[in-house]
Design a protein around this ligand. Structure first.
Ligand code: PLP
Length: 429
């Protein structure tokens, strides 16, 4: 059996040291970082949008493409069997990574967006009499969500005749449990909630909220796109029926992601992609769909992506989620302190100490202008609504500037960020 996980060569002594983190060894895994942008060393602070991939992930994918590439589940020949093994091994690695148990299954998708669409459409797609969502039912989403966990529910409500109710955050952008309790009714069929808000870094009390919704008889959906690479509880410890995430936000490839969940909940979903590989038996008139996970994985999947994503999970665990989180929280605290001290700068959700990102606005200055000036200094940040426009409306804000951190970022880069924002504000005011 070929080895899909090339060894990560971090010195033992470095790994053992709690502080400071062995940043040089971590960074050496990411060749993309050692380049100049506009004559400055790249400081890549757009990790909530997409993280970079370590050599270990690229090597795992290169090996697959070089030695094992073939279509899966269909061939008796050796390469097809190797590719199938690689895909199923990746599934097993990722199940372990998220803490799935025997009652769970894991389905590969193209990313969080597809995973959430698969759930939202799957819950009404079976049609009248069969669907989980019916006229008069209630779907609850929250005011913190990325559009990917809101727009599919708007559509599901329209198609099924259910109502969509949004759990509004308070003025600081927090979700309150008693506010959720007030929305739960016997007709509540779904709660869809983020584990970490991509626009503010807010971490809602999702463990308790998922449990409350399940208690009320709803299916529970967790958008873990910004959380899965961090210190999340095991899936088996959560009252969570569906969990979605993307590879490219956890040091893995683009175009691959996961929908994991309870088998019985996944079995309720009408498949989104109908066709090859997801059927048991087909005649001209009808098809009998295959069992999970194939049932929800119609068509040729991104096998190299799955292999790369599993390698990313292994990479994260070799470094250790606690060590990564400690580093990210320290960078965030440093950024919040430095940015808040600048005149006319307001940091969103300053209380969110567990966040790996910081979003801010500056009086009289447009975020796009800040972002452009930072790019001239080699600093990559994101500006805009971060696909969470309703949350910005809730705050009465326009676009913001967001710096988001990954394990390879340094305190020195955060210092450069603060200094460059200060300089940009002087130039722009
Ligand atoms: N949910 C959250 C919280 C996100 O941050 C993102 C991406 O920024 C998404 C969903 C969508 O992820 P993808 O574009 O990988 O499907």
């Amino acid at each position: 059996m070929p080895n899909h996980q090339p060894p990560l060569t971090l010195p033992e002594a470095d790994r053992a040291a709690a502080a400071p983190p062995p940043l040089a060894a971590w960074r050496a895994q990411f060749p993309v970082l050692s380049q100049q942008i506009h004559g400055h060393a790249l400081a890549y602070l757009d990790n909530a949008a997409t993280t970079h991939m370590p050599l270990a992930v690229m090597e795992a994918m290169r090996r697959f493409e070089t030695h094992e590439r073939a279509n899966i589940h269909r061939g008796v020949h050796t390469l097809s069997q190797r590719a199938t093994d690689a895909f199923e091994q990746a599934r097993a690695t990722l199940k372990r990574f998220i803490g799935a148990d025997a009652g769970h299954e894991l389905v590969f998708t193209s990313g969080t967006t597809e995973s959430l669409n698969l759930v939202a459409q799957g819950l009404w797609g079976a049609g009248p009499g069969q669907a989980w969502l019916r006229p008069g039912d209630r779907i609850i989403s929250t005011g913190l969500e990325h559009h990917a966990n809101l727009v599919p529910w708007q559509h599901a409500a329209r198609m099924s005749g259910a109502e969509l109710v949004v759990l509004r955050p308070d003025a600081q952008g927090r979700l309150q449990q008693d506010a959720l309790a007030a929305l739960l009714t016997p007709r509540t069929r779904v709660l869809a909630i983020t584990a970490s808000a991509n626009a503010t870094g807010e971490r809602p009390p999702y463990e308790a909220m998922l449990a409350m919704a399940r208690q009320a008889g709803a299916l529970t959906v967790l958008d873990a796109a910004q959380a899965v690479g961090h210190g999340m509880p095991a899936l088996s410890a959560l009252a969570c029926d569906f969990m979605a995430f993307s590879g490219h936000k956890m040091y893995g490839p683009m175009g691959i992601g996961v929908l994991a969940g309870r088998r019985d909940a996944l079995e309720r979903l009408h498949p989104l992609r109908l066709g090859g590989d997801m059927v048991e038996d087909v005649s001209y008139e009808r098809a009998i769909y295959a069992a999970l996970p194939a049932r929800l994985e119609g068509g040729t999947p991104n096998v190299a992506g799955a292999v790369g994503l599993a390698a990313a999970a292994t990479f994260i665990d070799r470094i250790g989620r606690a060590a990564i989180d400690g580093h990210l929280h320290a960078l965030r605290a440093q950024a919040v302190a430095g940015l808040s001290a600048l005149p006319g700068v307001t940091v969103l959700a300053p209380h969110a100490t567990q966040a790996a990102l910081v979003s801010f606005v500056a009086d009289q200055v447009h975020p796009h202008d800040i972002g452009t000036l930072l790019d001239e200094r080699g600093i990559a940040v994101r500006t805009g609504h971060h696909c969470a426009q309703p949350l910005h409306d809730h705050f009465g804000l326009g676009p913001t500037t967001r710096a988001s951190f990954a394990l390879y970022n340094s305190a020195e880069e955060v210092e450069r960020l603060i200094a460059a924002v200060a300089r940009a504000l002087e130039m722009l005011r």
